[in-house]
Design a protein around this ligand. Structure first.
Ligand code: SF4
Ligand code: SF4
Length: 430
């Protein structure tokens, strides 16, 4: 059995996992907010059903482990249920705990990747470049059936879903950047913008430099979200400690990231250190988390300073990243910036806050259910005839781009950083 946290930080304070689950009164108020329940109509795939599974597990009354694991593994951990719940039951964290208690050993591949990310991030970057080169040469496609046969269908699905595979990364692109000693902010390079979408990272640095003043590239380790959600908590803690120490050595300025999933996780670091022997680390994690900001928060604060109407003529809408709108509560801030820069071309779509089915590795593991959610999202985009869809996390960018390639080639997905940086560039006549 994998290690579990055992205790969670809830809206009512720190609680044991059992007490956190017991906060659920089974009222069902959250059911219609849950994308997997709405898509399947299956009570076990609802927040209430999943809470009940974990509760029964903790009471030693769970008899059907296989279908319970299926119910927990199909949770998007989007947090929409917690937003809808009057008691703010932390269902996503409860589900992650349930998975850890049920699953046994971590998959060897996840463990391997996490260890490489911890011990040799430079080697990890080289491995990615080799993989991306193979894809560009058309050599990864014929390997997909072999990967599926070898039980590595997640790699085959990743190869199929991820279209952008640049041979340069954000570290390469910022190598000659001058980092001021007294920086206005410290840029946290999450793995998505760092390796898959360096164009997003560059846009964030450009927009923040202009809006906040010259910032520094933090050159940080991975945040540990992969290990937290799919691997070992010990690896997640190790990466969290590395990040906390690294940030402590690098000023006291705000730490700004541009993948909302990673930013939400950085903000939740204190929950990794609830054991009594970790009290000192908990304090350091709390100080670290207070410094963390999502770039989209800053664009919202600076919306008045953005030039208007960059995309006049192209209908532009906003898709909420689950980890921005739910755990971070960032609904109005990104819209303020998007509306200012899009002008009259901005339109709201129905279901903007519903998960697109990306959700980290969810889209690679539960391809059918993920595709159902994606089709619904693309339908909502098409119903407002949007040509640009703005969002704020890596898996949304991958998933939306895939959906548009498949079902609606008229639209493209952009990160809010790219939209804001584009508006500022246009204002300067570039
Ligand atoms: S999670 Fe909240 S809203 Fe959902 S059933 Fe439980 S108490 Fe009700
Ligand atoms: S986290 Fe999302 S998918 Fe999971 S139970 Fe809550 S609403 Fe449903």
């Amino acid at each position: 059995m994998a290690e579990s946290l055992g205790r969670l930080i809830t809206d009512l304070g720190e609680r044991s996992l059992y007490d956190a689950v017991s906060q659920c009164s089974r009222c069902g108020y959250c059911e219609q907010a849950c994308p997997t329940y709405v898509a399947t109509g299956d009570e076990s795939k609802s927040p209430r059903g999943r809470n009940q599974i974990v509760r029964l597990m903790l009471e030693g009354k769970l008899d059907d482990k296989a279908s319970s694991m299926e119910a927990l593994s199909t949770c998007l951990t989007c947090g929409a249920c917690t937003t809808a719940c009057y008691a703010k039951v932390p269902v996503a964290d409860i589900v992650l705990e349930g998975r850890r208690l049920l699953r046994g050993e971590t998959h060897w591949l996840v463990r391997k990747i996490c260890r490489i990310m911890i011990a040799s991030p430079g080697f990890f970057a080289v491995l990615l470049k080799i993989g991306f080169l193979l894809k560009k040469l058309g050599l990864s496609r014929p390997a997909r059936p072999l990967l599926r046969a070898a039980g590595l269908s997640v790699l085959a699905a990743m190869d199929e879903h991820v279209e952008e595979t640049p041979l340069w990364n954000l570290d390469d692109a910022t190598r000659h950047r001058t980092n001021p000693v007294k920086a206005a902010y410290r840029y946290f390079a999450a793995c998505g913008p760092r390796y898959l979408f360096p164009r997003v990272g560059l846009a964030t640095l450009s927009a923040l430099d202009e809006l906040k003043g010259a910032g520094a590239y933090l050159n940080n380790p991975c945040c540990g979200l992969l290990a937290h959600n799919y691997g070992e908590l010990s690896d997640a803690r190790e990466l969290a400690k590395k990040n906390i120490e690294h940030a402590e050595r690098n000023g006291t300025e705000p730490i700004v990231g541009d993948c909302s999933s990673c930013v939400a996780f950085l903000k939740s670091y204190p929950q990794l250190f609830l054991k009594p022997e970790d009290a000192a680390w908990r304090e350091r994690a709390a100080a670290f988390s207070k410094r963390v900001q999502d770039a989209i928060e800053i664009y919202g604060e600076c919306a008045d300073r953005l030039p208007p109407a960059i995309a006049e003529g192209v209908e532009t809408t906003y898709h909420d990243s689950c980890r921005a709108i739910n755990p971070q509560g960032l609904k109005e801030q990104p819209r303020r910036a998007a509306k200012k820069a899009a002008g009259a071309s901005y339109c709201e779509m129905e279901g903007a806050d519903a998960c697109c089915g990306g959700a980290g590795a969810f889209g690679f593991v539960h391809e059918e259910l993920s595709d159902d959610l994606l089709k619904k999202k693309v339908g909502n985009v098409a119903s407002v005839q949007a040509g640009v869809v703005i969002t704020s996390s890596t898996s949304c960018l991958i998933q939306l781009a895939r959906g548009f390639r498949k079902y609606y080639p008229d639209a493209k997905a952009l990160h809010l950083s790219e939209f804001v940086a584009g508006a500022l560039r246009k204002d300067h006549g570039a």
